[in-house]
Ligand binder design. Structure first.
Ligand code: SF4
Length: 62
C-alpha cells in the first residue's frame, strides 16, 4: 500500500491541514497546490488519510 493524493478531490485553495499532522513531514505542499507525498519518508501511519476532510488522501494498492 502507498499513499496517493487524489488531486481532483482537493480544492487546492488552502493550506493543507494534513501536512501539519504528518509525524515525519512526508507531505509537502507548494503554495495551495495539492500536497505530494514523499514515499521514502512516509511511514504509512494513515493520519493524513483520516485528517483530510475531502478524502483527497487515500491508501492505494501499489
Ligand atoms: S501516512 Fe502518515 S507518514 Fe505517510 S504521509 Fe500520511 S501522515 Fe505522513
Amino acid at each position: 500500500m502507498k499513499i496517493k493524493v487524489i488531486k481532483s478531490r482537493c480544492p487546492q485553495n488552502h493550506s493543507c491541514p494534513s501536512v501539519r499532522v504528518c509525524p515525519v513531514n512526508a507531505l509537502k505542499q507548494v503554495a495551495y497546490k495539492a500536497p505530494t507525498v514523499s514515499e521514502d519518508e512516509c511511514i504509512k501511519c494513515g493520519k493524513c488519510v483520516r485528517y483530510c476532510p475531502m478524502g483527497a488522501i487515500q491508501f492505494v494498492e501499489e
